[in-house]
Design a protein around this ligand. Sequence first.
Ligand SMILES: [Zn+2]
Length: 629
Amino acid sequence: MNLEAKNILKNTFGFNQFRPQQEEIINAVIEGNDVMALLPTGGGKSICYQIPGLVRTGICIVISPLVALIKDQVNALKQKGIKATGITGGISYKDLDDILDNCIYGQYQFLYLSPERLQQSLVQERISKMRISLIAVDEAHCVSQWGGHDFRPAYRDINLLRTIHKEVPVIAVTATATKSVQLDIIDNLELQNAQIFKNSYLRPNISYLITNTTDKNSSYINFYKQHAGSSVTYVRSRKNAIAYSRLLTTNGISSGFFHGGLPNKVKVDTAKRWMMNQTQVMVATNAFGMGIDKPDVRTVTHLQLPDSIESYYQETGRAGRDGKESIAQFFYNINDINHAQNQFIKSLPTVENIKFVYRKLNNYLRIAMHEGENTTHQLSFSDFARTYSINGMMCYNALLTLDRFSVISLSQSYHRRSNIRFRESGKNIIDFLGNQKEMNAIVQAILRTYGSSTYQNLEINTSIIALRSNTSEQKVIETLQKLEEQEFIEANIIDADTQINFLEPRDDARTINRFSKELTKQNEVKKQKLEQMFYLVSQKQKCINVLILRYFGEESQPCGKCSVCKREAPQVLLLDKIKDVLIKQDLNSGDIASLLPQIDKNSLIETLRLLLEQGKVSLLQNHKYHWNG
Ligand SMILES: [Zn+2]
């Protein structure tokens, strides 16, 4: 056992003990082995590379797929006094240059970056000069097509780090990986004699309940009338997040909603109230959950189908982190399956769709053929989709796909910036607006936030003004437009919600052809994953726990507490009772019924029929049943 590792765990991270597997993983990495670690969410994945990164000499490179994750982890390390840095989008060339130099000469211990960044030659060239202690690949399932919607083509090029630094060990960590994903990880990251660590996917304290209901709303409300305690509800759309949260609230159950489109401040506030148990239920899209580790979540409910068993497993895994009994309740009906088929499968963008969207996007932003590389553009997503009559969902998926294949880099920015200039003094404008309360509040908020100098150019953030004046951003923009009409201000309003960086020059169809095969295959995988999810929810025979574990390549016994096991249980119980009385003597059905008065007559007859079919009992001439054993 490595004493230094244990000291770091205690002194730097503040834990007295390792969680299951952590210590073995950390030792294997410190000794210089290639490692693949499959740890369920909440299992303390990052420590598995952070501690070896601190023990081994040099800088640890961490590849991570999401900017938010990178920022979170870099900040957390900095707060512990560790020299860590991250390269995220929107960094200027000069800053990038500085950061990389610091990593060579500045005794940094961690460098976080996205796999796409690794493709830049400047980054590769500098990395070749660094003394690397360890290469850690977080969310390693992104390397595999079988990882479903998380697949990131750039993950496949991480192995170029192995060419640059042959001797450095690699650790790949992920929360969910099926057998084929595991093989893909080992293969693509070129792990040598990899030591594989795997925690069981069994969650013994979670009961998976799947209920087919025609009246979802009342089942949903009734559930919360019977189950107190912190909870998350997962839905698929922003609209539903709002609608179901409202449904709970009007029925006296406190709730908040969360989706990717909310301004950052609102997200933080909503999450905080829920974390502090001021609201019971968080109704959310899958945008909710990252970086959230609340131990006492008692129930997770689903009202719509997740797109894969991985997602379902991850979302239900928010429950019971403290190890106490918890429930994952799924309300579904046949409409959901139809809906998912229509919404999800039909909105998967085909190669033709993507070519279309890509060409239109270039036209819309006026980018000429063979131009546009490294340019940045603001886009109003809905305006773009409307201009070319493209289905919104499909359009969004097409842009995401272009992002995944490194054609563009997409970032959603809800902080809309506009430039304004006052042509009158603030006081005059306020006087003029008089009793137009809402507009008045907006102007006051602008004056309070940005000052009131006449004729000075002010860059204002409309979403902040909306928050401070307690109105909507749309209202702020309308107000600015009105003030401009009345010549109180000059305004240049940027109504964009999406920022796009073009990573390569426009080449229309040829740009897309490069990855058309992979795209088609990916769509196929996504369909299969959804079908496996259909199979799981419509299950009547096999234990849900057994099926989930089998999906991740584990065999197990029926759990005895999922909705399928519970449905079987009464009959099993009944069988045992009938056996107990018949084993002593032959009896007719009336005798059995009088010996087992608590049992319903119909289920008794039904069970006896079943026993006859199975040959466990036989019916004698005198109409008595005989136990054959
Ligand atoms: Zn079960």
